[in-house]
Design a protein around this ligand. Structure first.
Ligand SMILES: *Cc1c(COP(=O)(O)O)cnc(C)c1O
Length: 401
């Protein structure tokens, strides 16, 4: 967790000491996202991946408008999952040609908005086809579509599986030829395929295997396509390390594999642009959650640091967002970085529930009320993925530094 530098015993965010950032924000708790780390992450990825592969940002990982604006200037497209996210992406200046929209329960209104905006809709159900055809007719605009395929395989060793077997996402691969025929019959503007098999994966061989299988499946389905395949979105699923023993993802084998796929695609689907879409991997390591210690309580020999932040802002760090066994996110005392981690403590929030646990029996520098507890790896699935109304505490502030 060395992406954020330290100077004079304090973490630096965007080059500014944490306590000064806290003073500038004017309150705790807050999320701070570091622009330079976001930019560096995209540059690292571009260096590792073949230039033919386009990089999209899946903004559900972090929809903060200023951050989406920053990302829109760095990546080749934005993937949205609701009309609300579409509005943020358009406000951020993303080109509608490079925005795509996925999600299993798109409303009629959302589908019409998508056609009016001129973005690409990833069709996930037969139900969407007549709605899009009607919108196309009413607006006098082409309904640009790709078919989201629920593959007949899964992304192995993923934190969250989103393809393979029965799923609410996409259309089962075996049903896709019939869907393509329907898309052709009603005259939607078919552009390609979207496959997304899973999330939070740290095994390059598993990711490479899923990409190979996705590509092979797309080649088979392309034989049924009503028009030339112009886009092939191979998904993502790149993970980041959160817990002891986890290693950062090795991009080199993924880059090699994508280069091989790009070479084959150039021969077999020459008009198709290859896309990968990443959320967590692009933004997760560039964000911190910062809460202030309110109280130090000792209960029967165990020390609790009670903070003003908790699961209502950071459900993921409390272990209640997709974890099976609760593990601690990396936590430090951000204004005591020079001190040894000599105390074994639990960090809790202000909520009246034992689930409000940010660190369970961790070794940290000895902290006092007023000190700043920092949770690393907090740039993705933080504020927007947390139940902020729960117990009526103030909402969290987010800043881009
Ligand atoms: C959630 C999601 C993503 C982003 O997943 P990450 O694990 O954050 O990279 C990308 N595409 C689709 C379709 C998604 O649902």
């Amino acid at each position: 967790m060395t992406r954020f530098p330290v100077a004079n015993g304090e973490l630096l965010v965007g080059g500014i000491p944490l306590s000064r950032v806290a003073a500038r924000v004017g309150r705790t708790p807050f999320y701070a996202y570091d622009r330079s780390l976001l930019t560096a992450r995209v540059e690292e990825l571009r260096a590792a991946l073949p230039p033919a592969v386009k990089l999209h940002y899946a903004m559900k990982a972090n929809p903060m408008p200023a951050l989406v604006c920053h990302m829109a200037g760095l990546v080749d497209g934005i993937d949205v999952a609701s009309a609300g996210e579409l509005r943020v992406a358009l406000d951020a200046g993303a080109d509608p040609r490079d925005i795509s929209f996925a999600g299993p329960g798109k409303s009629e209104a959302e589908l019409r908005q998508a056609v009016a905006a001129g973005i690409l809709v990833n069709v996930e159900s037969f139900r969407e086809v007549p709605i899009l055809a009607a919108a196309q007719q009413a607006l006098g605009l082409p309904a640009r579509v790709a078919v989201r395929v629920n593959p007949d395989f899964e992304l192995k060793s993923s934190g969250m599986k989103m393809g393979g077997g029965p799923k609410q996402f996409g259309v089962d691969a075996e049903e896709v030829p019939a869907l393509l025929a329907e898309i052709g019959r009603v005259g939607l503007a078919f552009e390609g395929f979207h496959l997304f098999a899973g999330s939070q994966n740290l095994k390059p061989e598993a990711i490479a295997e899923a990409q190979q299988k996705s590509f092979a499946l797309a080649l088979r389905l392309a034989e049924h396509a009503p028009a030339t395949v112009r886009t092939l979105n191979l998904g993502g699923g790149f993970g980041i390390p959160y817990f002891p023993g986890e290693q950062p993802l090795d991009l080199a084998p993924i880059g090699d594999n994508l280069a091989a796929i790009a070479a084959e695609a150039a021969a077999r689907l020459p008009q198709a642009e290859l896309v990968i879409e990443l959320g967590r991997y692009l933004v997760g390591e560039a964000g911190l959650y910062v809460a202030r210690v309110i109280d130090r309580k000792v209960s029967r020999g165990h020390t609790y640091l009670v903070t003003d932040g908790g699961l209502h802002h950071h459900l993921s760090a409390s272990g209640n967002f997709g974890q099976v066994i609760r593990k601690n996110y990396p936590v430090v005392i951000g204004n005591r970085m020079g001190a040894e981690a000599t105390e074994n403590v639990s960090v809790v929030g202000p909520l009246c529930t034992p689930l409000d646990l940010l660190a369970d029996r961790m070794n940290l520098a000895a902290a006092q009320p007023g000190d700043l507890v920092v949770i690393y790896q907090s740039g993705a699935y933080g504020a927007s993925a947390s139940p902020q109304q729960f117990l009526g505490h103030p909402p969290v502030t987010e800043v881009l530094v």
